[in-house]
Design a protein around this ligand. Structure first.
Ligand SMILES: NC(=O)c1ccc[n+]([C@@H]2O[C@H](COP(=O)([O-])OP(=O)(O)OC[C@H]3O[C@@H](n4cnc5c(N)ncnc54)[C@H](O)[C@@H]3O)[C@@H](O)[C@H]2O)c1
Length: 437
């Protein structure tokens, strides 16, 4: 990462484009509209509430992050997006049934103004859904062109100087990178040949990168995590990030697991199950989409515990993740964890977590933060994978050959040190030797 000579200011309107205007997206949009009118607090958002320590502990300088780097404000943001259903933002938010009427009605007109553009969609990649508000194109290359046109028109109509995209669409079936994903050339050929390995989310991402629009991926789909996408992002100087918002159960895992490891407590088994009843739960009921999520959820413990370094503590963990679609709960997911640990002389103990959470309430501030940080990253001249934003992801993207970092506290330190580095402040190592010598 190169230190910028200067960071461009956040002048003008920022278009925040969300493929997938479902529960997460509409909660993020309505919440931002409420927060910017002072009608509800933007809890959970680092860009709105977070501070950053600068300089030595004794001088205690802790300004807000937004005072240290030039972030777009919530007032600068104009929302748009795509969906396979034509409902406007207000109707889609009512359907999602996350926020109460008193909140939605307070920003009704503004929400009604968010009208989804026609989606790029093929049910082969999301088996449980079918919609009518969908683009037609002879080839996938045509579809890329149509999305590019949408972006240009949206920016023009809304007088936006810049745009960013955050994928809030459904989880696609599990795909692994293939030959078509190898290089820009092979991918472009694949678009013309309608290669079945190119899923809808990759079409949006490709179009965004060609329009110099930073792209963050909130689902576990490949989307921007393959060599051709890394190459295009670097070539066009566009930031990309992913995958899969870290919100409920995995957030708890990446808080707790580093603590157990720090104290050299062993783990024999970690059983995680979830019940949820929203549309996301319905989509994840399909084995192909579940597999994408399962792979994403399983990765965190292995990297945090480093079983190769601690075989006697973590060499034989039975880790299982289940998601059950249970309609009565709607968006109010329940995530259970049973953790079988062992301590001194191998004596066994158990930890139980029962997180009665709200999926979209946890994800919404992440959408806002990613949009604002990705836009900032582009103005700071950063390109390609933004590993400093791993903090927000269950399955963080990292440079090829690098093990991704899952520990939430290391991720947070990395995020804040990246900000310090970019603005020329001293990095904080927490060594503190200067206070004693
Ligand atoms: N809420 C969380 O805590 C959380 C955490 C991590 C990841 N996610 C992921 O975020 C995504 C959104 O979750 P949600 O709860 O809002 O789901 P949702 O089902 O309410 O919304 C997804 C929307 O995407 C639309 N869609 C599907 N394919 C599309 C396409 N090709 N183009 C445009 N729109 C498309 C659907 O019609 C739907 O409106 C899911 O992939 C989910 O797995 C959510």
């Amino acid at each position: 990462m190169k230190k910028p000579n200067s960071i461009k200011p956040a002048d003008g309107k920022l278009a925040v484009l969300l493929p997938g205007l479902g529960a997460v997206a509409t909660t993020a949009i309505a919440g931002t509209m409420l927060a910017r009118r002072g009608l509800a607090p933007p809890v959970g958002s680092l860009t709105q509430m977070g501070t950053i320590r600068l300089g030595p502990r004794k001088t205690a300088r802790s300004p807000k992050i937004s005072e240290v780097i030039p972030l777009a404000t919530m007032n600068d943001v104009v929302f748009g997006g795509w969906d396979i259903f034509p409902e406007n933002g207000y109707e889609a938010a009512l359907d999602a049934d996350v926020l109460e009427r008193r909140h939605l009605d307070a920003v009704k007109e503004e929400l009604e103004g968010v009208r989804p553009m026609k989606a790029v969609f093929d049910p082969a990649y999301v088996k449980r859904l079918n919609g009518t508000h969908v683009k037609n194109g002879k080839t996938k290359a045509d579809l890329v062109e149509q999305v590019r046109q949408d972006i240009r028109e949206f920016k023009k109509q809304n007088d936006a100087t810049r745009a960013v995209a955050v994928w809030c669409g459904s989880t696609e079936v599990y795909l692994e990178p293939t030959a078509v994903h190898e290089s820009i050339k092979s991918f472009e050929k694949g678009l013309f040949d309608n290669d079945p390995q190119i899923a809808s989310s990759q079409i949006y991402a490709w179009a965004c990168m060609l329009e110099d629009v930073p792209f963050a991926n909130g689902a576990p789909n490949l989307t921007v995590d393959f060599p051709a996408a890394w190459e295009l992002a670097r070539e066009r100087h566009v930031p990309i990030a992913g995958k899969d918002f870290k919100t409920g159960q995995t957030l708890m895992k990446t808080v707790l697991a580093p603590g157990l490891k720090a104290r050299m407590l062993g783990v024999k088994g970690w059983f995680s199950t979830n019940i949820l009843g929203n549309r996301d739960g319905e989509v994840l009921d399909d084995p192909g989409s579940f597999k994408s999520k399962e792979v994403s959820k399983l990765g965190s413990l292995e990297t945090i515990f480093q079983p190769h370094l601690y075989p006697e503590l973590y060499g034989d963990i039975f880790h299982k993740v289940r998601i059950e679609y249970y309609p009565p709960r709607g968006d109010a997911k329940e995530g259970w964890d049973n953790i079988d640990i062992f301590g001194w002389l191998g004596y066994p103990m158990q930890i139980k977590i029962d997180f009665l959470c709200r999926d979209s309430i946890l994800a919404a501030p992440i959408v806002l933060d990613l949009a604002l940080f990705m836009d900032f990253a582009q103005r700071a001249g950063l390109r390609g994978t933004q590993e400093w934003l791993s903090f927000y992801f269950k399955s963080p993207m990292a440079a090829p050959g690098l093990t991704p970092e899952h520990d939430l506290f290391i991720q947070q330190k990395k995020l804040k040190n990246t900000i310090r580095y970019l603005v020329g402040e001293e990095l904080i190592t927490h060594l503190g030797a200067e206070y004693y010598d």
